[in-house]
Design a protein around this ligand. Sequence first.
Ligand code: SAH
Length: 215
Amino acid sequence: MSTPAHRARLVLALRSAGITNTSVLSAIESVPRELFVPETFVDRAYEDTALPIGYGQTLSQPLVVATMIQALELDDRVKLFEVGTGSGYHAAILSHLCRRVYTIERHKPLLAEAQGRFDILELSNVTAMAGDGMKGWPEQSPFDRISVTAAGAEPPQSLLDQLKIGGVMVMPVGGESRLQQLMRYRRTEEGYDSEVIMDVRFVPLLPGVASETGT
Ligand code: SAH
């Protein structure tokens, strides 16, 4: 079912798909993905595929998670902000590579489940909150890194403003029906540099906190 051998095999697959950063690979190897997927999908937890997590949301494909994390250029001094906690899988990996992770989710029940997983794994450097991540987390800003795991038509200005000079934000940009591109933005003294990392497909970044009915 799900053993350290499954995790090792996933890491090998990611390595041959071009993930070269060994810290990223060992962080992925240390997080039990089966804990983050609904029970019906536990058997598929180590396939390189996206999986549904409820409320119309998805846990991204491991290769996309790994590519995003590698593109963030992390080290253990980094204070990072994640928009879209979802299952918490991405944040759990980030917690092994950063000093502190602040993560926000607009679906309260998803946030509660993710918090339970952070507690089980004793990830003491992760702080999670229900709220609208498009506004950022002003009380904790500025951040060294921002990771957005839902797609927007353009990067929200409020998020770019909460990056330190030299800081990096990675976010999928594009519409729901057309192709999205994973973008990397680097804040400079004058403004921002941007570059395309890869083509991706993410659920949309939506404003506000979701209602109890799930929209
Ligand atoms: N990183 C997640 C994948 C999440 S899917 C994981 O590892 O499982 C994207 C998530 O972004 C969804 O849970 C969605 O509800 C959330 N989201 C979308 N717009 C948001 C917003 N404005 N603020 C916070 N979360 C948002």
